[in-house]
Structures are given as structure tokens and as C-alpha cells.
Write a protein that binds this ligand. Structure first.
Ligand SMILES: Nc1nc2c(ncn2[C@@H]2O[C@H](COP(=O)(O)OP(=O)(O)OP(=O)(O)O)[C@@H](O)[C@H]2O)c(=O)[nH]1
Ligand SMILES: [Mg+2]
Length: 308
């Protein structure tokens, strides 16, 4: 991250997390008004953390520690937030792993997720970043059912000057993707980003189609896809858990990207995901622009979530 980009990004992260952070900050302050940290306060705190999607385990262990160390003492809301931020940082640190391109050429990335989670936008943002770094990037519009989906990716391609492979309307996605892999290899690309149609995790036939896409990519290169990323919309809150579970049964997920952390009070869900699954969380999105997607940093996330 350059020094120039830093203030802008942190400002956007802070602003983006505002709804999630206000809920926590105001909630903690309200619980502690003119009261020592008694049993009732501890229970209310635990409820607040659970309703903020932070996860049952994080909520329970945090309040248990408080009960042990500070029971019936005067504790300021800032102190509570600071301790909580430390606990959250500890939970998030092991999974805050930047997305790395490996030795394969092209590094094949398969983007999966439910409808509207932010797959296409995230692909555009990643393509722009790597293209600016001088890497040879290609995108493939694997969502062949919606003309608008193809156009959306083509627009990104035109804007940033990156080729986009498209198929015939309603063409078999797996065939198109296989051809794109071949073309990308021939062209000597560094990265191939594969967009797929959104699919709800309870639609079996669509999940089977995704599995076919996955197998076709493996047929092209048994080590591929080198990254298989599940894009999660933070506004869906706890539903993100079932999305992770079902997609992981269909494809070999290598990591998560969480979008739309702006405009939701449910940003805490990232903590419960880290608590429950050990998938790397590579990046977070706090807006629609290319600069609004950044590597996930545990400490800055936790501090901004608690308005510290
Ligand atoms: N506020 C906000 N909007 C986002 C973010 N990421 C994506 N969006 C918006 O969410 C909407 C859906 O994003 P897409 O990238 O089209 O989602 P998708 O997963 O490709 O959707 P389907 O192809 O329909 O499954 C678009 O309007 C995006 O601009 C984000 O981090 N913040
Ligand atoms: Mg899309």
C-alpha cells in the first residue's frame, strides 16, 4: 500500500464499517451507563456481540474473560472496545492472508458465489490492480446465460484494457472456460480470472454445473484452479455460513472475499466466519470502485469495527 493511498483507504474502511461499528460502540456504551460490570451487563454484552454477528464462541470467550478479570468493577466503554478489538484481531489474524499469485502461468482463478454477491465487480477490481502492476491479465465471462453479465465484464475489460473471452449466448460455460484456459496459456498470460454465474447454494443443478466447470479446469491443468474464491456479500450476515458450507462441498475453495462491508450493520460476520472456518480471507470490499477492494488486514479491521 502506498503512503498516498493509505489515508483514502482507511477513511473508506472507517466510513464503510460505520453502520457495523456504530451498533457495537453505541451498544457497549448503553450497557455500561452508570453501571459496574455486573452479571446483567455481561449478559447484555454477550447478546450484543452475538447480534452483531461476531460469533457465539468469540462472544462467550470475551465475556468470560471479562467476568474473570473485571467483575463488578468500573470499566469504561473504551476499555471494553479496546479489549474486544484485541480479541477480534487475534481471531482474524490467522486468516488474514493476502491473495498471492503462484508459480503457474496462467494463475487460474475461479470466482464463485451466490447471485449478486460481487463476483464480477471483484474480478474487475483485481484485474485492474494486476494490470496496473504490469501483469498480463485475461478475464472470461463464464456467465453465459445473462447477456448483461457478459456486457458487465466487457465494460470492465474495455475500461482497463484487459481482454475478455466470451462465448455464444447460452453456450456451455465449461466448454467456453476450457477454451479460455488454452487461449490464455498460448497468450502467455500471468492471470486468468474466470467469472461464473451466480447461483444460490440450494439449487442443486446449478451447483452440479459449477462442479462440472471446476472439473473441466482441472482437466486442463490438474493443479488448477490455483485459487477458487468464494465471494460473500456481508449484508447477508449469518447466511454467509451456509454459503461457505455448500460451496465447499461443490468446489475446493481456497479462500474468501467479503464485499459490501459498506452499508451493512453485519460486518461482524467476518469474525464468526474466521472463528468457524479456517479459510483465508484475502480481501474486503467497501464500495464499488476499483480502489475499494483491499487486502484484508486483521488489526485495522478490528480497530475500525470498534471505532478506535
Ligand atoms: N457498496 C458496494 N457494492 C458492491 C461491492 N461489491 C460489489 N458491489 C455492487 O453489488 C452489485 C452486484 O455486484 P456484481 O459484481 O454484479 O455481483 P455478481 O456476484 O457478479 O452478481 P451475479 O453475476 O448476478 O451473480 C453491483 O451493483 C456492484 O457494484 C462493495 O464492496 N460495496
Ligand atoms: Mg456477475
Amino acid at each position: 500500500m502506498t503512503e498516498e493511498a493509505k489515508p483514502g483507504w482507511l477513511g473508506r474502511l472507517k466510513a464503510g464499517l460505520k453502520r457495523s461499528s456504530s451498533k457495537l460502540t453505541e451498544g457497549v456504551a448503553a450497557i455500561l451507563v452508570k453501571r459496574k460490570l455486573d452479571q446483567e451487563a455481561l449478559e447484555e454484552l454477550e447478546e450484543l456481540l452475538i447480534s452483531s454477528d461476531l460469533g457465539v464462541k468469540t462472544a462467550a470467550s470475551f465475556t468470560a474473560n471479562l467476568a474473570k478479570n473485571r467483575f463488578n468493577q468500573d470499566v469504561s466503554d473504551k476499555e471494553i472496545r479496546t479489549t474486544l478489538a484485541e480479541e477480534i484481531t487475534a481471531t482474524l489474524s490467522p486468516v488474514a492472508i493476502p491473495l498471492q499469485l503462484g508459480v503457474h502461468k496462467p494463475h487460474i482463478i475461479l470466482m464463485v458465489g451466490v447471485n449478486g454477491s460481487g463476483k464480477t465487480t471483484t474480478i474487475g477490481k483485481l484485474a485492474q490492480t494486476w494490470n496496473e502492476q504490469g501483469l498480463k491479465v485475461r478475464m472470461v465471462a463464464g456467465d453465459t446465460f445473462r447477456a448483461a453479465a457478459v456486457e458487465q465484464l466487457q465494460k470492465w475489460g474495455e475500461k482497463i484494457g484487459v481482454p475478455v473471452d466470451v462465448g455464444q449466448p447460452k453456450a456451455d460455460a465449461a466448454g467456453l472456460i476450457y477454451d479460455a484456459c488454452l487461449r490464455s496459456q498460448k497468450a502467455g498470460d500471468d492471470v486468468l480470472l474466470i467469472d461464473t454465474a451466480g447461483r444460490l447454494q440450494n439449487k442443486d443443478h446449478l451447483m452440479a454445473e459449477l462442479n462440472k466447470v471446476y472439473r473441466v479446469i482441472q482437466k486442463f491443468d490438474s493443479s488448477a484452479p490455483h485459487s477458487c474464491l468464494l465471494v460473500l456479500d456481508a449484508t447477508t450476515g449469518q447466511n454467509a455460513h451456509s454459503q461457505v458450507e455448500i460451496f465447499a462441498q461443490t468446489v475446493n475453495l481456497t479462500g474468501l472475499i467479503m464485499t459490501k462491508l459498506d452499508g451493512t450493520a453485519r460486518g461482524g460476520v467476518i469474525v464468526s466466519l474466521a472463528e468457524k472456518f479456517s479459510y483465508p480471507i484475502h480481501a474486503i470490499g467497501v464500495g464499488e470502485g476499483a480502489n475499494d477492494l483491499r487486502p484484508f488486514d486483521a488489526e485495522s479491521f478490528a480497530k475500525n469495527l470498534l471505532e478506535l
